[in-house]
Write a protein that binds this ligand. Structure first.
Ligand code: KG4
Ligand code: ZN
Length: 358
């Protein structure tokens, strides 16, 4: 007999301490009962990036309070939950360990199943919290640590079509922001600077645009931003550089998405509903959203975005992935250790560093 499924999710892979309770009723209705996120922007902003030890300390200080808040806001008691899931990786080891230890402790104490979840699987499946999404679909994951095109073929069946060979897109936004004197995390501020600038002022490079399939590269673009920034004098110059940067990103994504669409359709030649899901923090950027929507419609793909609160790191996506794994009868894995490196597609080759042949 079917029963209500309720999962507690915990996320501490980077600089957000988060906990959430998700319920899937026996009728199939899905509800986010609570979604608590505590960001560490204030802790890291003076360093221009995340300092792992400080992040881990902040997680340790807050984790208990955040979990308690998620439970009390859900209106449920802890013993009503079906299972617990924590992000097991990829991420900063010292940070992952905080959420994993908390999740495993609750699991042991309550004698409920525990699932260590891949953070990228969380981003990949988030859309299912909002709407019914049949497999397979094409995913573009654009976050602070990852930039990948993936064919999401089923639960646990993820095929990487392309990836960045150097910096992630969010990281590129943050580094550009730092160059322009904007505090970490600068992505959203670059977007607001870009609105006030002229994108035709600076001509920036688009590395490996017509090479290496839908793999991407942003390191050369970041270097060009640094060199150009040495010539700028006024605030308007900064706005123009931000606009030119964001415009260049959109041009790169346009070409790479077209290649990814083709690769996805070659793999799924009989597919009827072509769905393109964009997830991760950078998917909050309105200009990128509009650009991707336009390209998708040219190729008959329907575009889907989780709401901004579920695009950036959160624990609802981890609870959801845990619940789906449990529902599918996958084995609980309390013995799993934190996995700082954990590719979603294990068969895909490692694509970073010198010596790559593209
Ligand atoms: O998914 P996320 O919250 O964390 C990771 O898993 O990395 O993504 C954070 C990244 C940061 O690099 C941040 O600057 C970027 O997403 N970001 C944006 C915007 N909002 C967040 N980048 C560009 N435009 C935005 N509006
Ligand atoms: Zn993320």
């Amino acid at each position: 007999m079917k029963k209500d499924l309720i999962f507690l999710g915990i996320e501490t892979s980077c600089d957000e301490t988060a906990a959430s309770i998700i319920k899937k009723s026996k009728k199939g209705d899905i509800k986010i009962l609570s979604n608590i996120i505590s960001s560490q922007d204030q802790v890291h902003k003076k360093y221009g990036g995340i300092v792992p030890e400080l992040a881990a300390r902040a997680h340790t200080e807050k984790i208990e309070k955040i979990i308690k808040k998620a439970i009390s806001e859900s209106g449920l008691s802890l013993n009503q939950i079906t299972g617990i899931s924590s992000t097991a990786g990829p991420g900063l080891l010292v940070c992952l360990m905080v959420g994993m230890t908390a999740g495993k402790t609750i699991s042991k104490f309550l004698n409920k199943p525990f699932y260590g979840i891949n953070h990228l699987e969380g981003h990949a499946l988030t859309i299912g919290l909002i709407k019914k999404m049949d497999f397979p679909y094409l995913l573009l994951l654009i976050s602070g640590g990852h930039t990948q095109f993936l064919s999401i073929d089923g639960l646990g069946k993820y095929k990487r079509l392309g990836t960045t060979i150097d910096d992630a897109l969010g990281e590129t936004f943050d580094k550009t922001a730092k160059i322009l004197g904007i505090e970490f995390p600068g992505g959203p501020k670059i977007e607001s600077f870009a609105k006030k600038g002229n994108h035709n002022v600076y001509n920036l490079p688009k590395p490996i645009l017509y090479r290496s399939g839908c793999n991407l590269s942003f390191a050369g673009l970041k270097t060009a931003v640094l060199q150009t920034s040495r010539k700028i004098k006024t605030q308007q110059d900064k706005y123009n550089l931000a606009a030119s940067f964001q415009y260049t990103i959109n041009e790169i994504l346009k070409v790479k998405c077209k290649i990814a669409f083709k690769m996805f359709l070659d793999k799924h030649d009989k597919i009827k509903n072509k769905n393109f899901v964009i997830s991760g923090g950078v998917a909050s950027n309105i200009s990128i959203r509009q650009n991707l929507k336009k390209i998708s419609s040219e190729f008959d793909f329907n575009t889907h975005y989780p709401p901004v609160s579920l695009c950036t790191d959160n624990a609802a996506m981890i609870a959801w992935a845990g619940l789906l794994n449990y529902e599918a009868g996958k084995k609980a894995n309390i013995k799993l250790l934190s996995q700082p490196r954990w590719p979603l597609d294990k068969k895909a080759p490692f694509m970073k560093g010198p010596g790559l042949v593209l």
